[in-house]
Design a protein around this ligand. Structure first.
Ligand SMILES: Cc1cc2nc3c(=O)[nH]c(=O)nc-3n(C[C@H](O)[C@H](O)[C@H](O)COP(=O)(O)OP(=O)(O)OC[C@H]3O[C@@H](n4cnc5c(N)ncnc54)[C@H](O)[C@@H]3O)c2cc1C
Length: 413
């Protein structure tokens, strides 16, 4: 778990490191990179803008990209205990009518686990027993082309720290990226859609994730341990009246939605203060410059369509930590170059897949959504997941056999 630690204490612990690393952002990528570097004897400074009470908030479907990392962190038992297997996916059309149910486990089993987990639980287990984090701390400035000087603000108090590497793991609206790249070097897809996350009670289908691709709305149900994450979104005009307004409208559009979809809409309607999330992504033209590297959403942020942003953030964090293995200050640039060369094409391929799906999912208008209902019935899971399955098959160093899941019932051959 992430343990609040004064910055001065972290700086003192790092004094004798062969490589002094600063990681900005204690989210999925930052925590993973820091833990893996600590396994190699380093003591990266890990700083986080928010307070220790933040960090949860939503559900994540974790594709098998994360399995090798979870194992390296000796967190697999905790991972399996705190998540649920996502084995089936039901797709509904614009009136909520069932179109097709897919067996996710059949597609994913050759590669590993596909699990649903709360972000807070994931951060806890990635962080291990106690991971020092300076909360309420942001980077004001990064200077330098060789060793970097970072000016940090810890609860408003200014500190200047000298480090050999800065890792920008500060998410979609990365401040590190803003210092590294010109605005024209960051391209974005803005779908014009957005929505809210809410929590519904658990039900009898904890292995079933469900989506309704509506006419001007999107509803998703993603089970985690002991509850179900719900996402309801739509274009700006549909979300203008807030979560209650959109939930009411969607109720009128769904014909006999069934108890599970009805409970999901109730959960959104009962969460008027839910945090709004805009469906915007970002792609950085460069991930590194001098001693600074971007990772996770700071490098390439994802639309919520392929459910792969966190998994790629974890994979990239592991790749970065691998490249820094045994490296001293003189080897930083070539290590960061190798990291970008290896990881950026993979992440951008995943991002392309999520952008293509967004063009299909976020649609309004009867003729178009009716045609989509007819067409999606015919799409096989292997076609829909093709790009993701290819990335899984091409994982660097993939030689790990499909892991066993003690919670998974055995199928008879
Ligand atoms: C509702 C929702 C559902 C999602 N579902 C899925 C899914 O099913 N599967 C999946 O793989 N991905 C999913 N994603 C995407 C996934 O959450 C992100 O891709 C992933 O969290 C990226 O990890 P990260 O570490 O780069 O960023 P984050 O996890 O966002 O972490 C960034 C951290 O940096 C901190 N920070 C920001 N600015 C600063 C600063 N200036 N100084 C210091 N710290 C700062 C933030 O507070 C945060 O803690 C979802 C995202 C959302 C919002």
């Amino acid at each position: 778990m992430r343990a609040p630690t004064p910055l001065a204490q972290q700086v003192a612990a790092q004094r004798d490191d062969r490589l002094r690393v600063l990681v900005v952002g204690a989210g999925v990528a930052g925590v993973t990179a820091t833990r893996l570097l600590r396994q190699r004897g380093l003591h990266p400074l890990l700083v986080e803008r928010t307070g220790p009470e933040h960090g949860g908030g939503y559900m994540l479907g974790m594709l098998p990209f994360v399995d090798p990392v979870v194992r390296r962190l000796e967190a697999e038992p905790a991972y399996l205990a705190r998540s649920v297997g996502m084995r089936r996916y039901a797709l509904h059309g614009r009136h909520g009518q069932h179109l097709r149910t897919y067996r996710l486990d059949e597609a994913m089993d050759p590669f590993g686990h596909y699990r649903g987990i709360e972000r807070a639980a994931l951060l806890d287990l990635l962080g291990g027993d106690e991971l020092p984090v300076s909360f309420d701390t942001v980077v004001e400035r990064i200077d330098g082309q060789g060793p970097a000087t970072a000016v940090l603000l810890e609860s408003g108090t200014r500190h200047e720290v000298a480090v050999d590497v800065v890792v920008g793991a500060d998410g979609l609206h990365s401040g590190v990226r803003a210092q590294l790249l010109r605005p024209a070097e960051v391209t974005r897809v803005d779908t014009g859609w957005g929505g809210w996350v809410a929590w519904a009670p658990p039900d009898e289908d904890p292995d079933l994730y469900e989506e309704v691709w509506g006419d001007g709305f999107f509803l998703g149900l993603y089970p985690v341990r002991a509850r179900t994450g719900v996402f309801l979104g739509g274009p700006a005009a549909a979300t203008a009246r807030g979560p209650l307004g959109l939930a009411d409208r969607v109720r009128t559009l769904l014909r006999s939605p069934g108890p599970r979809l009805a409970a999901a809409l109730d959960a959104v309607a009962a969460a008027p203060e839910a945090h709004r999330w805009d469906f915007v992504d970002a792609r950085s033209a460069r991930w590194t410059q001098g001693p600074v590297a971007l990772v996770g959403d700071a490098a390439a942020a994802f639309l919520p369509t392929a459910g792969v942003g966190a998994a790629m953030a974890i994979e990239s964090a592991a790749s970065l930590a691998d490249q820094l293995e045994g490296v001293g200050p003189g080897g930083v640039r070539s290590a960061l170059d190798a990291y970008e060369r290896g990881q950026r094409p993979r992440v951008e391929a995943a991002q392309d897949a999520s952008r293509s799906l967004a063009r299909l999912m976020f649609r309004s208008g009867r003729p178009l959504t009716a045609a989509r209902d007819a067409a999606t019935r015919l799409v096989t899971l292997r076609t829909a997941l093709g790009p993701i399955l290819r990335l899984l098959a091409d994982r660097p160093g993939r030689q790990v056999p499909a892991p066993t899941d003690p919670h998974r019932p055995r199928r008879t051959p």
